[in-house]
Ligand binder design. Structure first.
Ligand code: SF4
Length: 684
């Protein structure tokens, strides 16, 4: 049953409230988790969504770590995490903390622990919070499959209890908070053997530790379920909420993040899709956006994401849902009928919106993936080339490349046109006889209706339009809760048995590239992750702008023109939701005090020579301790294994160990060639 109930803790007394997932699908309601204290900072229980980041300096370099922590705090970080790979770094947290307090900064600090319980036990006595990874706190990963009987499994749990309980007791004594932070890429062999590489495995990995902490009556706990794949991450958090609620009757606060998201546009889009989808569900108490950039640049992105939910009271009422036609815990694409190249089993299409241009010229199509060479009269088509172009009331006046079709307003559409198709309002479509016999796009404004009678009439109109099998619905919403409205419309289509393909139409009214990216990624990504949508069309509403303002302390993404920006964003969203692959996928860690090379520079170098390898997943990881485990499903790995040394991986297997970093990129190219993953770049 998909309905689940979450009871919440009141400060002193249990005050169970029912939280219904069906309600969350059609309206915004923040999940009220238990309250956690991190120094003076309160987290969960309806407190504002907290923003955090992690330093990238060497923890033994007190001055550099203090300086970077201050830059993060001044940018707006409410918590700062610092890696503590061994006892020495854990001990040095005292000096870092003292120096920060001396300079007047009281922001709580978090120690990041992997593999080293002794470092955790030291750090828990010094700073306000420790993060442990249940995949490696008591286990060393050997990538082995082990058959466990129930008795053998319980023996393993006893072993973990023995290893973990001392830390729990210290945290309890010192009032230190803890994050049990599961990473998809570093699940223990025990979890992988018992639950597989699954969202349930991630949940159980944390639950094993959480149960032990609860047995000690320790509750100052936050949890996370990070993955570099937003789909896996969203499913794991939802499943964790359900599992905690069912088992304990309460839910502990949740720290949200997409790990190894990368840099630039892709990093922001992946993060906004994963984090934004869950925040739309009302799930999440603190966020970190992991970018392969300086940590202070993560903070404005966090603020842009969180600002969408501050004081959110703008929810227009939507019809209640009785039954979900899809599972929020596993991906399955909505079954739609195919209309030409839209819907069915085909990848989602991209519609470019060029209607703001007075007249579209051949050179304008360069922004949406098509370059025209007049001398040869030939088009070159890029991997991220739009499938349709909407030009409003002006059909395109020249011959289009074969893979591109034109959409125009129905009033100017000519019936004899081969590559031009009409778009109608719902009412106009039901009242006309002049239609295409191939594709008719029909606009639907989801639930911009106040009265029940209006909804009844609207439903009748939808049913009437859906009798025509050439219809492709283009669904948007002018409601403030647009994503919920469109999601509710998908449920209504399922209730009515309507299977026509659906294009997700989203306009943004924002003013900066980051804000637009976050808006587009959240509004459409949240639907695509649940298998909803056969295409995407991104546009800009009146009053929006795409300025690149120079603001102190903030880097904005470079933008060439709005059409290229919208087109690239659409393809990046489809790539991040893994619904249409059009480019190389990079899984790069954000770097931390363990990093053994300049990760930003190296990522840029690798990207420059491999960014034409469509569909290949390349991981660039800062250290050999966590890197291989965290690479999750990368095809190739480039991992720092010593000063000036790189180890290369094919999937999880080492293929070249400790090679000189000066030749490592060439060696990576050789490896790609060896495995048939290399092609020469066009114009290289
Ligand atoms: S993989 Fe990267 S972020 Fe993770 S511990 Fe290693 S260097 Fe730090």
């Amino acid at each position: 049953m998909l309905v689940y109930f979450i009871n919440f803790l009141k400060k002193e007394t249990l005050n169970p409230q029912q939280y219904n997932f069906l309600t969350a699908v059609s309206s915004y309601q923040r999940l009220k988790t238990s309250e956690v204290s991190i120094g003076d900072l309160k987290l969960g229980y309806g407190h504002p969504i907290r923003i955090q980041t992690m330093t990238t300096t060497d923890t033994m370099d007190t001055e550099a770590t203090v300086a970077q922590t201050i830059r993060c705090i001044e940018a707006g970080a409410e918590l700062v995490r610092i890696t503590a790979p061994s006892k020495n770094e854990a001990l040095n947290l005292q000096h870092i903390k003292n120096e920060l307090r001396k300079r007047g900064y009281n922001t709580p600090l978090v120690a990041d622990i992997h593999f080293t319980p002794n470092a955790a036990e030291i750090a828990a006595r010094i700073i306000e919070k420790v993060r442990v990874n249940p995949g490696n706190y008591a286990d060393k990963k050997k990538f082995e499959f082990i058959e466990y009987t129930d008795a053998a499994y319980h023996e393993e749990i006893d072993r973990i209890r023995e290893r973990f309980t001392p830390l729990v007791k210290i945290c309890k004594e010192y009032g230190t908070a803890m994050r049990i932070g599961t990473n998809h890429g570093s699940l223990s062999d025990r979890i992988m053997s018992r639950y597989g590489d699954s969202a349930m495995g991630m949940v159980e990995s944390a639950m094993e530790f959480l149960r032990i902490a609860r047995d000690e009556s320790y509750h100052n706990i936050v949890l996370s379920m990070k993955s570099s794949n937003p789909q896996v991450m969203v499913q794991a958090y939802r499943l964790l909420v359900e599992t905690m609620s069912n088992e304990f009757g309460i839910c502990y606060p949740l720290h949200l993040g997409v790990t190894e998201a990368g840099d630039g546009e892709d990093g922001r889009i992946k993060s906004a899709i994963g984090i934004g989808t869950l925040l739309e569900d009302g799930i999440g108490d603190t966020i970190r956006v992991s970018l392969t950039e300086d940590p202070e640049f993560e903070i404005p992105v966090c603020k842009d994401i969180v600002s969408r939910y501050n004081n959110r009271t703008d929810t227009a009422p939507l019809p209640a849902v009785e039954k979900l036609p899809y599972s929020p815990f596993e991906y399955a694409r909505r079954k739609s009928s195919a209309v030409e190249n839209i819907g069915g089993k085909q990848v989602p299409v991209v519609i470019a919106d060029l209607h703001h241009l007075k007249e579209v010229r051949a050179e304008d199509l360069q922004s949406i993936g098509y370059s025209y060479d007049e001398a040869t009269d030939k088009w070159t088509i890029g991997d991220a080339a739009a499938d349709y172009v909407y030009t409003g009331t002006e059909p395109i006046g020249f011959g289009l490349p074969g893979t591109l079709k034109n959409i125009v307003q129905s009033a100017v559409w000519q019936q004899d046109s081969e590559s031009v198709f009409p778009i109608f309002s719902l009412t106009d479509f039901n009242n006309t006889t002049l239609k295409s016999d191939r594709i008719n796009f029909v606009m639907v404004d989801a639930y911009n209706l106040a009265e029940e009678q209006a909804i009844v009439e609207y439903t009748a109109q939808l049913k009437s339009a859906a009798e025509d099998k050439t219809v492709v619905f283009c669904i948007s919403s002018t409601n403030a809760n647009a994503m919920h409205s469109v999601r509710r419309m998908f449920i209504q289509l399922a209730e009515l048995g309507i299977t026509q393909p659906v294009i997700l139409v989203t306009d943004s009214g924002a003013h900066t590239p980051d804000e637009h990216l976050i808006h587009f990624a959240t509004e459409t990504g949240a639907l695509l992750l649940d298998g909803l949508g056969d295409g995407i069309c991104l546009g800009f509403s009146a009053g929006s702008s795409l300025d690149n303002p120079v603001v102190k302390g903030r880097t904005y993404l470079p933008v060439k023109d709005i059409y290229q920006f919208a087109n690239n964003t659409a393809f990046s969203i489809l790539q991040a939701t893994r619904t249409r692959i059009s480019k190389t996928e990079y899984i790069s860690c954000p770097s931390c005090g363990r990093t053994l090379f300049d990760l930003q520079e190296t990522t840029a170098k690798i990207r420059a020579v491999t960014n034409h390898l469509k569909g290949v997943k390349i991981a660039i990881m800062g250290c050999i301790v966590n890197g291989p485990g965290e690479m999750a499903d990368a095809d190739f790995g480039y991992v720092g294994s010593g000063v000036g040394k790189i180890t290369l991986y094919k999937n999880k297997e080492i293929v070249k160990r400790n090679i000189d970093s000066a030749v490592a990129v060439d060696e990576l190219i050789a490896l790609l060639k060896e495995h048939g993953a290399w092609t020469e770049a066009i114009n290289a």
